[in-house]
Design a protein around this ligand. Structure first.
Ligand SMILES: Cc1cc2nc3c(=O)[nH]c(=O)nc-3n(C[C@H](O)[C@H](O)[C@H](O)COP(=O)(O)OP(=O)(O)OC[C@H]3O[C@@H](n4cnc5c(N)ncnc54)[C@H](O)[C@@H]3O)c2cc1C
Length: 284
């Protein structure tokens, strides 16, 4: 089902997975899908390695979620460094699989691609949205990424929101946000997004902190911030206490967002079920 249809009447809870690199990690993902099935996600999504590094695996898992588990699936698709032919091929494959949803992304230039010698058919995610619309019309519901704490490369929040508006004007139906830990960032962002005339649903991306050093690395890469008191508290905790504290914090965060009428919650599961399961049990 198209996510644009779901969003007409629902505030979806959804799960994001990544295609495991190693075969021995696949059973972890199968187990996670099995354990999270009872929460009846409105949709699930599968990430895509920028430059196409996971293209085959992403398609394989997208197919598996759709055909074996009967989920509404959204495939992430990045356009940095790839040509129109590659995007045409993916669109054809998704059409064949009857997948209805694409998260259209620019992605980050993979280190192995040389800056001087890359294909520049697409500059930004908005170009990909435009192309998918041109090529496939209304076949796909298209989502795009939004950044409550600003994309790291954007000069200002105002610029970033203007660029988000461009993606919506090209035909994107909804936004999923980068992870954030302080709801203030989301509420403040939403005020600006709505003031800019962007009226599509903005689903909140949620990633519980279950390991503080991992979370610090991750947030440094994506430009999100961990509230200082939480960071200070978790840094000296045992692994077990970090997990417990991270779940408590994320449960409060999700409860607050839900009560405020957030358009949906999208869990970055990292292919694990424990944290997501406990948060959902606490919130709903
Ligand atoms: C929900 C979510 C899922 C993600 N999934 C993946 C994934 O599966 N694989 C992956 O590799 N990465 C993924 N990412 C990360 C994403 O690829 C990076 O954050 C990347 O740096 C930007 O991608 P984008 O689609 O937001 O880019 P864009 O929207 O193109 O924006 C990139 C930068 O360019 C600016 N910009 C945009 N349009 C214009 C324009 N027309 N003119 C001038 N400046 C412009 C923006 O302000 C921003 O600073 C995901 C991010 C989110 C939030």
């Amino acid at each position: 089902m198209k996510i644009s249809e779901i969003l007409k009447s629902k505030r979806p809870v959804s799960f994001e997975f990544f295609p495991p690199k190693k075969q021995e990690s696949e059973h972890v993902l199968f187990n996670t899908i099995k354990e999270l099935r009872k929460y009846n996600p409105y949709f699930v999504s599968v990430t895509y390695g920028a430059g196409g590094s996971t293209a085959d695996k992403t398609l394989e898992w997208t197919k598996c979620m759709k055909q074996d588990y009967d989920y509404s699936v959204m495939m992430h698709l990045t356009c940095v460094g790839v040509g129109i032919d590659t995007i045409d091929d993916i669109i054809a494959k998704l059409t064949e699989l009857k997948v209805d949803n694409i998260l259209a992304l620019r992605g980050d230039m993979p280190a192995e691609m040389s800056e001087g010698n890359i294909c520049r058919d697409f500059g930004f995610a908005g170009d990909l949205v435009k192309y998918i619309k041109l090529k496939a019309g209304e076949k796909f519901s298209i989502g795009v990424a939004g950044y409550p704490e600003k994309h790291p490369e954007a000069k200002s929040m105002a610029d970033d929101i203007e660029n988000l508006k461009r993606k919506i004007d090209e035909g994107a139906d909804f936004v999923i946000t980068q992870l954030f830990f302080d709801n203030f960032h989301y509420y403040h962002y939403m005020d600006k997004v709505r003031a800019a005339g962007i009226d599509v649903p903005v689903i909140a991306g949620i990633m519980p902190i279950i390991n503080i050093s991992q979370a610090v690395k991750f947030t440094q890469m994506c430009g999100a911030s961990i509230p200082k008191p939480l960071l200070a508290k978790m840094e000296n905790m045992s692994a077990e206490d970090q997990f417990k504290t991270g779940i408590e914090f994320a449960s409060k965060q999700c409860g607050g967002l839900w009560a405020s009428g957030v358009d949906g919650l999208h869990f970055y599961t990292l292919n694990k079920y424990g944290a997501t399961e406990q948060i959902l049990n606490n919130v709903f």
